[in-house]
Design a protein around this ligand. Structure first.
Ligand code: DP6
Length: 320
């Protein structure tokens, strides 16, 4: 009745933004991501703690804000008659700052909950359950390069390529450790309802997915970088044109973009992507990692840089 699972966040190169069915949390568009390895969340689910109602402890502190989402996710795995759970989460990177902490959390949660209940769901079923809790979490069930595809009534998720098949590096420039202003789930609903660009965003996604999938298949870094930056800036254009507008960047985010542009001009194989937060993620080839890391660390407003390779999907681990 107790199990622990570990999952790593993933970074979307072709983004998920918008829901076609908010009730079941089905995304409006497919997406392609890379799963990281150095950053992780561990979730322990204890269904035998004798509690009357669910509790959530994040890095040792009681968290009542996230608890309803966690309880709903546990219901989806264990059914409404399940015992109350104590969920202990530990995370080695800043939460809710645009680093997909919820993706890693819900991916680990479904794996741990299924194991605690002696369930036998396969990865595809667990990905679908994780996706109901948080769309991007479905992708962290798999390692390496991952594609989420919309099906009629559900999603399907598959690994396109293992991480060691093309061992890219990701340098995350932390520009502020503070929590983001508008949570992505809420923000994407505002975009769907108000952004004049939302329909075009959805219409063009298939072409971007095709382009990125082919670039990954061919290990064509320049082609992948071009479509990933385009898709990222298009998503942010949708956000900027929403009412109210959602602007997640700060001046350091822009300074980091300029640094990436300068590195590109100097022949460095690097591209950027930015999610619903002010951190910039620079994706590069392994040989260029040190140069990218040093350049971003020296940028005004960057408080910290983290470097990661590509990692594995969510899995059960032995409790510490
Ligand atoms: C900008 O997966 O956090 O990071 O399904 O509402 O939980 P919910 O949204 P979430 O959105 C992620 C948005 C993004 C892009 C991406 O990861 O694809």
């Amino acid at each position: 009745m107790r199990a622990t699972a570990r999952a790593q966040p993933n970074i979307a190169l072709i983004k998920y933004w918008g829901k076609r069915d908010p009730g079941r949390n089905l995304p409006a568009v497919g997406s392609i991501s890379i799963t990281l390895d150095e950053l992780f969340t561990e979730m322990q689910v204890d269904l035998d703690a004798g509690e009357q109602r669910d509790r959530l402890l994040v890095n040792g502190l009681e968290d009542r804000q996230m608890l309803p989402r966690v309880s709903r996710c546990l219901d989806s795995v264990g059914g409404p008659g399940r015992p109350a759970a104590v969920v202990r989460s530990t995370c080695n990177f800043p939460i809710a700052a645009g680093l997909a902490s919820s993706a890693a959390a819900f991916a680990a949660l479904v794996v741990a909950a299924d194991a605690a209940l002696a369930g036998s769901r396969d990865t595809a079923q667990l990905a679908s359950l994780a996706g109901q809790a948080s769309g991007s979490a479905a992708r962290s069930l798999y390692g390496g390069f991952v594609e989420l595809t919309n099906r009629d009534d559900d999603i399907s998720v598959q690994r396109l390529l293992a991480g060691d098949g093309w061992p890219l590096k990701v340098v995350v420039a932390i520009t502020t450790p503070s929590h983001k202003a508008v949570a992505s789930g809420e923000a994407m609903e505002i975009s769907r309802k108000t952004s004049p660009f939302f329909g075009r965003w959805v219409d063009q996604q298939a072409a971007d997915l095709d382009e990125a999938r082919e670039a990954i298949g061919a290990r064509d870094f320049a082609r992948l970088g071009a479509v990933a930056e385009h898709n990222c800036l298009k998503m942010h254009s949708v956000m900027w044109a929403s009412r109210p507008p959602m602007i997640y960047w700060n001046s350091a985010t822009l300074a980091c973009m300029q640094v990436v542009r300068d590195l590109q001009s100097a022949g460095v194989a690097v591209f950027f992507t930015i999610d619903a937060g002010p951190q910039l993620k620079a994706v590069c080839l392994p040989n260029d990692e040190a140069r990218v890391r040093e350049a971003l660390a020296a940028t005004d407003g960057v408080s910290n840089v983290m470097v990661s390779g590509l990692g594995a999907g969510a899995r059960r681990v032995n409790a510490a």
